[in-house]
Design a protein around this ligand. Structure first.
Ligand code: BV8
Ligand code: ZN
Length: 245
């Protein structure tokens, strides 16, 4: 493990163009429940059945109660050493992009700026009528909330299953995936498309893939290094070694 950590740190140091892809596992040590792991369930409802346009159309109040529950929980969470290590390495690399599937905003709170929120943000709210979008961090007194301008239903500014990734987010991510020589994949079960294909496209181009996860995933086989352990410990260990000896 030690020699692999050193070798992975060297890959980070030598990388000219680095992409990082994160999932819910990077926020787990901050207290944010993962999407598919224990603790992610709410009123015994599967998140997969709630994070869809159909669920919202059928029962906007219940979907908003789930988001309000998550917003209240996430508001109390702080970035962990994994978020901090990613924010730090961004400042040391010339060409860098963090693509996160997380909607919790913790990477930005940790200082990440070269960041694409691939699945949107739980703090963003968009009107289903006039399209007006803004960041609202406070609780809504009434659920489901309505637009102060046009009275239509407001929705969370996230990407639901069956919805397109925002074109600007997709474009920025694909551009980086087409040129990066290193992709670090941390804390994602790699089952959600299109982000689950990132590792394969970089590996097929001869780029290096490093994975950090508690468990094996569908992309572990494409990784040059696949570390088993906590992102909050392994990311500082790998990225911390990026400093010249
Ligand atoms: C799209 C926002 C084009 C909402 C999310 C086949 C059938 C049906 C559908 C599809 C299909 N193939 C592709 C699709 C489309 C679908 C999809 O991929 N479905 C899958 C599930 C089969 N994809 C889409 O719809 C995407 N859009 O493709 O557009 C299109 C359009 C129409 C029709 C077809 C295609 C949009 C996907 C976005 C969905 N929105 N979230 C919200 O959050 O409320 S995705 C949701 O899953 C979360 O954002 C989450 O980030 C994401 C991925 O999950 P993970 O982050 O990986 O989290 P998870 O809990 O799964 O895993 C945690 C991991 O961390 C585990 O591996 C665990 O071991 C590890 N871990 C835990 N603790 C730690 C740790 N690791 C390290 N340290 C720790 N401490
Ligand atoms: Zn409106």
């Amino acid at each position: 493990m030690e020699s692999d950590l050193r070798a992975a740190g060297r890959s980070v140091r030598e990388s000219r163009s680095m992409c990082v892809l994160t999932g819910a596992g990077v926020s787990a040590e901050s207290g944010v429940p993962t999407f598919r792991g224990p603790g992610g369930m709410w009123r015994n409802r599967d998140p997969m059945s709630l994070a869809t346009p159909e669920a919202f159309a059928a029962d906007p109040k219940t979907v908003w109660e789930w988001y309000q529950w998550r917003r209240d929980l996430i508001r109390k969470c702080a970035p962990n050493p994994g978020h901090a290590a990613i924010a730090r390495i961004e400042r040391e690399k010339g060409d860098f992009l963090l693509v996160t599937q997380n909607v919790d905003g913790l990477h930005r709170l940790a200082g990440s700026r070269k960041l694409v929120e691939f699945h949107g943000s739980i703090w963003a709210v968009r009107c289903t009528g006039c399209g007006r979008e803004e960041e609202i961090r406070s609780d809504f007194p009434l659920l489901p909330p309505r637009c102060p301008s046009c009275g239509a239903l407001l929705r969370p500014g996230v990407v639901w299953f069956g919805e397109q990734i925002p074109p600007s987010a997709l474009e920025a991510s694909l551009a980086m995936l087409g040129r990066c020589d290193l992709l670090l994949v941390a804390g994602t079960s790699s089952v959600v498309q299109p982000s689950a294909s990132f590792a394969f496209s970089v590996a097929q181009r001869g780029g290096t893939v490093i994975e950090v996860n508690l468990e094996e995933t569908p992309v572990s086989g494409a990784a040059r290094f696949s570390f088993r352990g906590k992102a909050g410990e392994l990311l500082p260990a790998i990225l911390g070694r990026a400093d010249p000896p």
